[in-house]
Design a protein around this ligand. Structure first.
Ligand SMILES: O=P(O)(O)O[C@H]1O[C@H](CO)[C@@H](O)[C@H]1O
Ligand SMILES: [Mn+2]
Ligand SMILES: [Mn+2]
Length: 382
């Protein structure tokens, strides 16, 4: 009875896609590669052994002649570079029509309807970095009780509020109602509650963030559920798929806790998928353009690898991948349209598969594992 552990290193891209310019990105984005380059090299001995250095050039990480893992670069087929689009593609959904984005803020009709929900017009209504906008508008928000509304290059309607000014339950209620209000043509793929605490000049966001995504079309996760394969979600995964096909879910405060919970779930599971989102890479370091923080987070995950690998029994699988890039060495604070890494252990002999078309490869591999297909054969697709 197999167990699969799949870790999404949120934003850990490995090089610009050929169409990056259509997404307003430069052609030299490479989240992991540029972080390593700018830091003068990364020490990731465990990822090196698996074959990370074969996927892209990572200073300090050798390209192994014989990678221990099946490694590849996955090319996103969907039109987008956001979390929902990337994760849905992993589970078999290609987004052909991009979700709506609002680089100039939301139109008056949306603002009016949101004001009717909250009772006061929002502050902001611009594309912004979440930490910068609370630093800028947090004090006014606390004084007036007006929520802070912002977006980004992603299809997101983000509502920030101080936990002592707007109780969490109220913020969540506003976001649920905003989710119901945002129908076509303003059907953003996510409404996000962004609570924070602290005092002016020292505001910090809390782990009480909530994501309200639109429900996905049928995915691999639904098919696993129908087949009696439990999917245990860690971190944002449950929100990203609106709970569809998810048997259990646990929220976490950081990457370290996500790994802890994933290992506990693996120990408690005999048959099933443990599906984990490692969000710190994106939220704490990628969007913040914190190169040192990003590199340190990669090193911390690398240090947990022996422990994770020790859980893999014969027949089990371990996958590391990503949903898009967010290169902290690039201008701005948005995601970058990149290839994503694929490293797979336990299901087939190590090999470098080069470029594979589509993030859907992740879901296909997982599904075929539970269908009892020959994994060695399945690995042959390029
Ligand atoms: O700058 P912060 O608030 O972290 O927001 C980022 O996180 C959002 C969702 O992951 C992205 O759309 C981007 O806006
Ligand atoms: Mn993401
Ligand atoms: Mn992000």
């Amino acid at each position: 009875m197999p167990r699969i552990l799949a870790f999404v290193m949120d934003s850990a891209g490995v090089g610009a896609l050929p169409d990056a310019s259509a997404y307003h990105d430069g052609s030299n984005a490479n989240t992991i590669g540029n972080v390593a380059q700018q830091l003068g090299g990364l020490r990731l001995p465990n990822f090196e052994r698996l074959g990370l250095g074969c996927i892209t050039s990572v200073r300090g990480v050798a390209a192994s002649e014989r990678p221990a893992a099946v490694v590849a670069r996955l090319r996103e087929r969907s039109k987008g570079k956001d979390t929902i689009t990337g994760h849905w593609e992993m589970a078999g959904v290609i987004t052909e029509v991009p979700f709506p984005t609002y680089p100039d803020g939301f139109p008056p009709e949306v603002i009016e309807r949101f004001t009717a929900i909250t009772g006061a017009p929002p502050l902001g209504n611009i594309a912004a970095s979440g930490t910068e906008i609370i630093a800028e508008l947090g004090e006014e928000h606390q004084r007036t009780g007006r929520p802070i509304l912002y977006t980004s290059a992603d299809s997101v309607f983000q509502v920030a509020a101080h936990e002592e000014t707007v109780p969490l339950a109220t913020l969540y209620d506003w976001c649920e109602r905003a989710r119901a209000m945002l129908v076509s043509p303003h059907e953003v793929n996510r409404v996000i509650a962004r609570p924070f605490v602290g005092v002016p000049g020292a505001y910090v966001r809390t782990p009480n963030r909530r994501d309200y995504a639109i429900p996905p079309p049928p995915t691999v996760l639904d098919r696993l559920e129908a087949r009696g394969v439990p999917v245990h979600a860690v971190g944002k995964i449950c929100d990203i798929y609106s709970g569809h096909g998810i048997a259990s879910s646990v929220r976490v405060a950081d990457n370290g806790e996500a790994v802890d919970r994933a290992l506990e779930l693996a120990d408690a599971t005999d048959h099933g998928l443990v599906f984990v989102n490692l969000n710190d890479f994106d939220t704490k370091f990628g969007h913040r353009r914190d190169v040192r923080g990003y590199g340190d987070a990669l090193a911390r995950l690398d240090a947990r690898l022996p422990e994770i690998l020790a859980r893999i029994r014969p027949g089990d699988g371990l996958i590391f991948t990503a949903d898009h890039g967010c290169d902290p060495t690039q201008p701005g604070t948005d995601h970058t349209r990149e290839y994503v890494p694929y490293l797979e252990c336990g299901l087939a002999d190590g090999a470098d598969l080069g470029v594979i078309d589509g993030l859907g490869y992740v879901g296909e591999r997982i599904e075929s594992c539970f269908q009892g297909l020959s994994m060695a054969t399945a690995a042959g697709r390029r």
